[in-house]
Each structure stands twice: as C-alpha cells, then as structure tokens.
Design a protein around this ligand. Structure first.
Ligand code: PMP
Length: 435
C-alpha cells in the first residue's frame, strides 16, 4: 500500500480537526525542513516540548547509545541505572522535599498517575472518604479520563460521558477587563483562589482529596497566575489538609526561566506532573514528583500491605531515561533556564509591539510563552478566517499554534534576538494579510 500526504484514513491523527497536515521531513535547532526543502521557523518548540531546539547532537547520541546497550527493562521486576539517575536529577531540580519520581510516558498519564497517587494516599491514611478532586475551568490536563474530568475544556469533555464522579472546578483566572496586555503575573485576581473556600464550605474538607492546577495555563491561552493567587491556594489547601498538585507539563524545564514554575512563583505543591521538555521532546516520557509524606504513606505500610497498584510497561524506559539525562545535561551546560530569563523582556517587548495590529484584543506574555487573542472568529469571517490564517503562516514559513481565536508563541529557549524579530515580523505580516 502506498501512503500519500492526504491518506488520513490510515493514520487517524489526534484531534480530528487536523485534516490537512503540512509535511515535514527533518529538523535542526529552531527550524523544520519540508520534503521540498523549505525551511520553517518553529515558533512553538515542537509542541511546547523541544525546549533546547531540535535534533540536538548530545541527545541524539545518548538515545543511539542506549538503544544499542539496553533496549528495554521490565520495570515491575528490574531496575536500570538510567532511571535511578534521571529520577535523582529531577528530584534535585524540584523544590522542597519533592524527592521521589514516578515515571510514565506522557502528560496525560502523569495527570492520571498524580490523581491516583492522591487517592491512594487518602486510602493509605484511612481517609477513604476524601475522594473529591478539584480542577479549574480553562484547564488542559491531557486527554485521559482523569485529565478531561478535572480539565475545564467543554469540547474535550462533551462526547465522553460523565468522566470521573466527585469533581469540582475552580473558576479560571482570566478577566480581560482587569488584565489586558499583561506581562508576567496580572495584578488582579488573587481573590479567585478563595473559591476553594466556597467549595470546602459546601462539601466539607473531609470529602476533598486534592486540587490540581497548571501554575500557568498554557494551551488554553497563556494565563499566568494573578499575583498571590497560588500562595492563597496553597494556604487554603494547608488549612484544610487538601493536596495541591501542579501540572507542569508545559511549565517544567525552563519555559518560565526556571526548572519549574513552582520555583518562579515561590509556591511548593505536594506533587508536580511533568512530561514534554524532560526529554526535549525526543522520546515520550512523563512523570510525577512526589513529596516525602505521600511517598512514606504509600511505601511504609505494615508488611507491604499498602502498595501503589499502578504502573506502565514503559515506566522508566531506558531510551526515554537516556534522552532525559542528556536533555538535563544540555539545559544545565548551556544555562538555558537562565537564558530564558534573560531573553524574556526582549520577547515580551517584541510580542507587545503587535498590540495595535488588526483584530488584536489582548496579548499575554510570561516567560517564553505568549498568547495573542484576536477578535472572535465571526469577525475573522468564521472558518474562512482560520483557514486564511493557517495559509498565511504557511506562506511565511512560520510555525505557530492557532487555537480558536488565540495565537500562541513559545519558541525554544535557544531563540536568538534576531529570530524573535523574525517571529514577530512574520506574525505581524500575517495579521495584516488576514485583516
Ligand atoms: N497537561 C498540560 C498542561 C498540557 O499542556 C498537556 C499537553 N499539551 C498535557 C497535560 C497532556 O500531555 P500529553 O499530550 O503528553 O498527554
């Protein structure tokens, strides 16, 4: 059977709206190359994951070496050095006593894993009534049943039944009237964390297990936490013995200039979910970093009566761990997190220079992440507006993400000032062309 570019029946691509993919053949640094030789500037680090740019030689070499050495090790029976080494390295980067790493293969699995660890922790402590999980509107936590249940995206929930039971949602933290064109944490909105008190009052803390939030909501439009919001959430969780979980699938490994957003915002959660950047996007790997108390509760049960009955065939896969170790070495040796901090003001100014362009309603920037929100699709002539925009970005050889009415830019942490300029001027050209 021959496959062609348009043979989408054979590969049922994720999110079936993707019916006309542009083909790419290779990648290096900040660029992709198409089969016909065009070079595309990658403005979104793969998909928020290739934080050090594409096809970095030390990571490629580490994967090749590992594949020739030990292709697979069954994690229910055997350990191997790479998994222990990577877990230690990740624990060392994480704040507080988050010292134990459970490996899985993706962000979605990391969310399911964290929710299950939270529930198992309650069970182990004889608090089996504390099963309620609290997410947030406009949250994206992947596509597992756990993730879509605590997530806050109607489109990702509506066709899939009721999801998990006993779920509540905090309100999202975005309000254009008070926050438009904000750089970093908006001044307005810390009080929205108090909604957790309302949920506690309604249901009683004795029914509540955990709260999960993205410290910065990424794929739903770069929503930085309002100043003081995460601190307030932490305080309310502490007051009522509720676990706080950060989904750092996007923010982990440098996107906001630190290993984790927890460090940038000065709030330590009880668990951190990660994926994407841990291997620079090369080999699928995710995980959950867990604090001492939770780990102890699940590991020190009498005569091993308490265990975590959870895991994956590919937990701690040797190739993924080799890629992870090489990626962390690269981030450290190139000082990429500090570099992201240094470039952030340049990036922010450049993106904000688009505020007077046609259809721009709002721009939000934090770290090396930016969202440009446009007047609604109805104003952009509905689907035609979307298609025209996709085409215009293609013609400009620029890869960015268009979700609904929002354009997202999140370049690799190696992006040069010239490349930031190119990214912005091409985006400006597109906004003008589509207007
Ligand atoms: N959480 C967040 C915050 C994400 O942005 C994503 C993916 N973009 C996920 C979870 C799910 O990750 P994956 O696609 O690897 O399952």
């Amino acid at each position: 059977m021959t496959t062609s570019r348009n043979d989408l029946d054979a590969w049922w691509m994720p999110f079936t709206a993707n019916r006309d993919p542009r083909m790419i053949a290779s990648a290096e640094g900040m660029h992709y190359r198409t089969p016909d030789g065009r070079q595309l500037l990658d403005g979104i680090s793969g998909l928020w994951c290739c934080n050090a740019g594409h096809n970095r030689a030390p990571i490629v070499a580490a994967i090749q070496h590992q594949a020739a050495q030990l292709d697979y090790a069954p994690p229910f029976q055997f350990g191997h050095e790479g998994a222990f080494a990577l877990a230690s390295r990740i624990a060392a980067l994480a704040p507080g006593d988050l010292d134990h790493v459970f490996f899985c293969n993706s962000g979605s699995e990391a969310i399911d894993t964290a929710l299950k660890i939270a529930l198992a922790y309650r069970h182990a402590r004889g608090e089996g009534g504390r099963t309620r999980l609290i997410g947030r509107e406009r949250a994206y936590h992947g596509t597992g049943f756990g993730g879509i249940s605590v997530g806050g995206l109607p489109a990702n929930r509506k066709a899939f039944g009721h999801g998990l039971s006993g779920i509540d949602h905090l309100p999202h933290t975005y309000d254009r009237e008070h926050q438009a064109f904000s750089i970093g944490e908006p001044e307005w909105g810390a009080h929205l964390a108090d909604e957790l008190e309302r949920i506690v009052a309604l249901n009683d803390a004795s029914t509540i297990c955990a709260v999960i939030v993205e410290p910065m909501a990424g794929s739903t439009g770069v929503l930085a936490p309002p100043k003081g919001y995460l601190q307030r959430l932490r305080a309310i969780c502490d007051r009522h013995g509720i676990l706080l979980i950060f989904d750092e699938v996007i923010t982990g490994f440098g996107r906001l200039g630190f290993a984790f957003a927890a460090e940038r915002f000065g709030v330590t959660p009880d668990m951190i979910c990660f994926a994407k950047g841990v291997t620079n996007g090369t080999v699928p790997l995710g995980g959950v970093i867990v604090g001492e108390e939770i780990h102890t509760a699940l590991m020190q049960g009498p005569e091993r009566a308490i265990e975590l009955f959870h895991g994956y065939t590919y937990s701690g896969h040797p190739l993924a761990c080799a890629a992870g170790l090489a990626a962390l070495d690269l981030y450290r040796d190139a000082g990429l997190f500090a570099r992201a901090r240094a470039v952030e003001p340049v990036f922010a100014q450049a993106v904000m220079s688009l505020r007077e362009e046609p259809n721009v309603l709002d721009i939000r920037v934090v770290g090396l992440a930016a969202a440009i929100e446009l007047a609604s699709r109805t104003d952009m002539a509905g689907t035609r507006g979307y298609d025209a925009m996709v085409q215009a970005f293609n013609e400009n050889d620029l890869v960015i993400r268009i979700s609904g009415d929002t354009l997202t830019l999140c370049p690799a942490l190696i992006v040069s000032e010239d490349e930031i300029g190119e990214l912005i001027e091409k985006t400006r050209a597109v906004l003008r062309a589509v207007a």
